[in-house]
Design a protein around this ligand. Structure first.
Ligand SMILES: [Cu+2]
Length: 70
């Protein structure tokens, strides 16, 4: 399953690494792609959506919404 999160507050490569690390904590095998321009975080093979959303929030970013694909 792939989940695309709409995330506010990401501005640079440091943010990208923070998000990647936060998600790796809850979903070590997840594949994460961060698009700063589109303000999107795509997670493939992650854990449940709730855990992923919480991880992004705990890293300090605002999750505006998400959509599941597949
Ligand atoms: Cu940053």
């Amino acid at each position: 399953m792939r989940v695309v999160f709409a995330v506010e507050g990401m501005s640079c490569q440091h943010c990208v690494r923070s998000i990647e690390q936060a998600i790796a904590q809850v979903a070590p095998s997840a594949k994460v792609a961060v698009d700063l321009t589109a303000k999107r975080v795509t997670v493939e093979n992650g854990s449940d959506v709730e855990s992923l959303r919480a991880a992004i929030r705990e890293a300090g970013y605002e999750v505006k919404g998400e959509s599941r694909e597949g």
